[in-house]
Design a protein around this ligand. Structure first.
Ligand code: UT7
Length: 318
């Protein structure tokens, strides 16, 4: 059997930190409201001239160094983002160029909003299991500050910019045990950027019915954990770390409670990063690997939900 495993991790956060106090100057809100309703204390904001690919490049270079692979051994780049640099080429192709990978490897983007990284990891797993690729660079990066309506207090307090990356390689033991993905486009209007390329309009910013997304998030994250454990021979009690999408600390606490998982076993970075969409899981993973919490051999559960709705989970031994 061939399995996919994570050989190395990397991440990047823009230099500029925006504290809640700065938002108090922009919209009618307060540090107290933001912290108590979301857990967020600060987020990082990209420079005007800093793109999703720029951020992904640093995260990818760190992941490649951490994995100890030669960049020209990478045979596929999967870039999860909803904020690509250009309509085309894909951000994955731009990243391939910036990394100087000269082997004509496959490269494409995945658009599953906040679930983008779990979608990309699931795809990487299938490429490895079928033998179609052996060394895959999976990047999750988003520059949401550029599609936030900075006059809308219900959304602008939530989001931040950043990038995370992993190198996935073929190995003879798990690795990824299981992964499940779902989507339901009937919920599209609850979390969306209404204007786009083929449907232009005057609403190129994030709109969200937060309370509805919140309820769906808590319920779906609970059921998907059971689903991804099915037929693996593993159970909830075996999970060492939940590495979830970082949208709201209250969602993370509610999910941990429903799983009877102590909150200490949940990697929580939302207070420092805000919601960075496709970047949030690989960023949280890299933080917890670097501070020594996540060790080789630990069992990790990753799960995310976002616009679409699209949601999914990955169960893997690090
Ligand atoms: O990554 C994709 C997934 N996204 C998520 O999972 C986000 C899920 N949703 C959430 O995290 C929460 O719904 C929010 C943090 C967005 C909002 O929290 P909430 O507890 O659901 O608040 P709410 O939308 O029900 O609003 C409660 C009140 C309202 O005032 P009234 O109508 O009760 O007078 C809002 O106008 O809070 C008000 N409000 C604010 N007040 C101060 C909304 N935003 C703010 C704000 N500062 N920034």
């Amino acid at each position: 059997m061939i399995y996919a495993g994570i050989a190395g991790t990397g991440s990047y956060l823009p230099e500029r930190v925006m504290l809640n106090a700065e938002l108090e100057e922009m919209v009618e809100t307060s540090d107290d409201w933001i912290q108590s309703r979301t857990g967020i204390k600060q987020r990082h904001i990209a420079r005007d001239d800093e793109s999703t690919c720029d951020m992904g490049l640093v995260a990818a270079a760190n992941a490649i160094a951490s994995a100890g692979v030669d960049k020209n051994d990478i045979d596929l780049i999967i870039f999860a983002t909803s904020t690509p640099d250009q309509t085309f080429p894909s951000t994955a192709c731009l990243l391939q160029r910036e990394l100087g990978i000269s082997n004509n490897c496959m490269a494409f983007d995945v658009q599953a909003v906040c679930a983008g990284f779990v979608y990309a990891l699931n795809i990487a797993n299938n490429f490895v299991k079928t033998g179609a690729a052996k060394c895959i660079l999976v990047v999750g990066a988003d520059c949401l500050s550029k599609i936030v309506d900075w006059t809308d207090r219900s959304t602008c307090i939530l989001f931040g910019d950043g990038a995370g990356a992993v190198v996935v390689t073929a190995q003879d033991q798990p690795g990824i045990y299981n992964s499940v993905l779902h989507a339901n486009g009937n919920y599209a209007n609850l979390l969306q950027v209404p204007s786009g390329v083929s449907r232009p309009g005057n609403k190129p910013y994030i709109e969200m019915t937060g309370s509805e997304v919140f309820k769906f998030a808590v319920n779906s994250m609970e059921s998907i954990v059971d689903e991804v454990l099915t037929d693996t021979g593993l159970e909830q009690a075996d999970i060492d770390w939940l590495v979830p999408h970082q949208a709201n600390k209250r969602i993370l606490s509610a999910t941990a409670k429903k799983l009877s998982l102590p909150v200490e076993k949940v990697v929580i970075t939302v207070q420092d990063h805000g919601n960075t969409s496709a970047a949030s899981i690989p960023l949280a993973l890299d933080v917890a690997v670097n501070d020594g919490r996540i060790q080789r051999g630990h069992l990790l559960m990753m799960e995310a939900i976002g616009g679409g709705f699209a949601w999914g989970a990955v169960l893997l031994r690090y």
